[in-house]
Design a protein around this ligand. Sequence first.
Ligand SMILES: Cc1ncc(C[n+]2csc(CCOP(=O)(O)OP(=O)(O)O)c2C)c(N)n1
Ligand code: SF4
Ligand SMILES: [Mg+2]
Length: 294
Amino acid sequence: MGYQIAEENVFSSGHSACPGCSEALAIRFILNTLGSDTIAVVPPSCIAIISGPQPLSSMRIPVYQTTLEASAASAAGIKRALVSKGNDHTTVVAIAGDGGTYDIGFQALSSAAERQEDIIYICLDNEGYMNTGSQKSSATPSMAYTTSTPAGKLTPKKNIAEIMAAHNIPYMATATTGYPDDLARKVAKAKSIRGGVRFIVVLAPCLDGWGIPDKFGPRTSRLAVESGVFPLYEVENGDTYTLNYGPKGVPVAEYTSIQKRYRHLTPANVTCLQEEVDRNWGRLQAKCFGGRGK
Ligand SMILES: Cc1ncc(C[n+]2csc(CCOP(=O)(O)OP(=O)(O)O)c2C)c(N)n1
Ligand code: SF4
Ligand SMILES: [Mg+2]
């Protein structure tokens, strides 16, 4: 039986994201799971557009809009200020994009993890700087078109999940909007752990940046999991791996063929992508099952 998703109306309709945006869907699941005793920190991104200008925000909790570099530092500062005033119950969550996490906000995140700050950090990964017109980030996968990689990206996606797990934080998880009960369960688990950075990276397909129809967000994210492009797993304390959902034998071609950002690929390119995905899956299996594979 799946995890029950709460609907506490901590996120309201009427925001200005593209209709069908996976980031908005993710925020709905995240905030309704965390509940109203939460303060969010949001850097410049489509998330900031969704949270909107106060008092018109769709996020019905206090939101601090920080700089693109400083989400983790801002969240840590807010948490410390609350605790120093005797409030140790309010959850502080940073919700940032991949550009604000993998790239521009990374030093603040890495140092907050090393200092064991008591925050939740959630990266909504749409694999590019979407708010400014779909430029490449280090989360953009191999060969994907972006407006700054018009012939396709020449380098692979940075593995932020493993980088964060290597900080020996209490909890790291991957999640996606196509598996909402899994996402909500992981957010609840992150909330239940006290102390240390709890990090979740959520694959959130961008309609415009990936070139998919409005209603294809959840379907595309499910194909990412079923093809092995984005396996769902958890790592506790840097070394205890749990696989939640792995590949189900769906070819990577099925995932790429519905996205315009891959429409320039030749069959040979798709074979290279398939090999990259198989290699990454083999590495993850070795970590989850001690090299035995499953
Ligand atoms: C230091 C800095 N560089 C660039 C910008 C301009 N900027 C605003 S939003 C944004 C895109 C952020 O991308 P991402 O974090 O992936 O979030 P998304 O828009 O994809 O949700 C950029 C580059 C900025 N605000 N600050
Ligand atoms: S550009 Fe992409 S991430 Fe931004 S609001 Fe639209 S669908 Fe969502
Ligand atoms: Mg992004």
